[in-house]
Design a protein around this ligand. Structure first.
Ligand code: ADP
Ligand code: MG
Length: 308
């Protein structure tokens, strides 16, 4: 193990795929901000950008990456170690580039094509506490590579009407990968993103999602926040762009919750009355603008009582 890697309670080499075959649900935003938050809390983190759109790469690096991308290592041209670059203290990036578009087709006839990323990551994983993989909006070969390489899947889910639609195919894919290709793979949890407290639908979706996955929903909820959408154009995570924004705070709390779960993997099942982040409360209420399931459910119950 490399020196400087946090041992003692902290995870070593935990690989988390961030997946949802829908686009625009907050996968990349979650990958980038979790990676930065974990790195800032002293974890050594590798972020693998497996989306040909390269939004995680451009969200962290203002200059485009021209050569040495994840494509080169998937097709066996360059070992993964050689394309990884230091992006921030304690945060490393395996960048994507436009060439990745062709990878699905090029790999189509390669034997063991779904294990290419796993094969590349194997020698690197012990150098990091966490490896986060940002995936494209499809259940194609690239996402399959992520699921085969990963220990756990984190599913960002946008609080909108069709949130749960398509989820069954994602869960079926996870089950199939788990049965056939990667027995370690587990659903780590669902993260609610773009929560808008003024929108009744956001509240309904959070209740609905919690009903489906009572033990797998992260207590930390990511609010819709304009600072989050501004930050990528500056090549920064919102945590760096506006550390005091509610978006930054929400992602820091999500990172804390993730670390807590890693410390005690059984802790995924958390009674909803408890504040997972172990903070934020102000007489049982979260600080202004910060949302978690507990407060959302309290408000929904209050609303039902009033209209009841
Ligand atoms: P995906 O990777 O699933 O396609 P992104 O993370 O790229 O989704 O998010 C889609 C768009 O929504 C981006 O423009 C992003 O900046 C914006 N966005 C994501 N999360 C939030 C949020 N919590 N508040 C406001 N805008 C957000
Ligand atoms: Mg994306």
């Amino acid at each position: 193990m490399r020196r400087g890697l946090k041992g003692g309670g902290a995870a070593v080499g935990r690989i988390i795929a961030i997946a949802n075959q829908k686009g625009g649900v907050g996968k990349t935003t979650t990958a980038v901000n979790l990676a930065v938050a974990l790195a800032q809390s002293g974890q050594r983190v590798l972020l693998v950008d497996l989306d040909p759109q390269g939004n995680a790469t451009s969200g962290l690096t203002p200059e485009p990456v021209k050569s040495g991308t994840i494509y080169d290592s998937l097709v066996g041209r360059t070992p993964l170690a050689q394309i990884i670059r230091e992006s921030r203290p304690s945060l490393y990036l395996a960048p994507s580039g436009a060439d990745l578009v062709g990878a699905e087709i090029e790999l189509a006839t390669v034997e063991g094509r779904e294990r290419r990323l796993k094969a590349e990551i194997q020698g690197e994983v012990c150098k990091y506490n966490y490896v986060l993989i940002d995936t494209p909006p499809s259940l194609g070969l690239l996402t399959l590579n992520a699921l085969v390489a990963a220990d756990a899947v984190l599913v960002p889910m946008q609080c909108e009407y069709y949130a749960l639609e398509g989820l069954s195919s994602l869960l079926a894919t996870i089950r199939r990968v788990n049965a056939v290709l990667n027995p370690q793979l587990e659903l780590m949890g669902v993260v609610l993103t773009m929560f808008d407290p003024r929108n009744r639908l956001s509240h309904e979706i959070s209740l609905e999602v919690n009903k489906h996955f009572p033990e797998r929903v992260f207590q930390s909820v990511i609010p819709r926040n304009v600072r989050i959408s501004e930050s990528p154009s500056h090549g920064l995570a919102v945590i760096e762009y506006d550390p005091k924004s509610v978006g930054a705070e929400a992602y820091r709390l999500l990172a804390l919750e993730l670390l807590e779960r890693a410390d005690s993997p059984q802790a995924t099942a958390r009674p909803t009355g408890e504040d997972a982040s172990g903070e934020v409360t102000n007489g049982g209420r979260p600080r202004r603008g910060i949302w978690n399931l507990r407060s959302i459910f309290a408000r929904s119950a209050e609303r039902a009582r009033r209209s009841g």
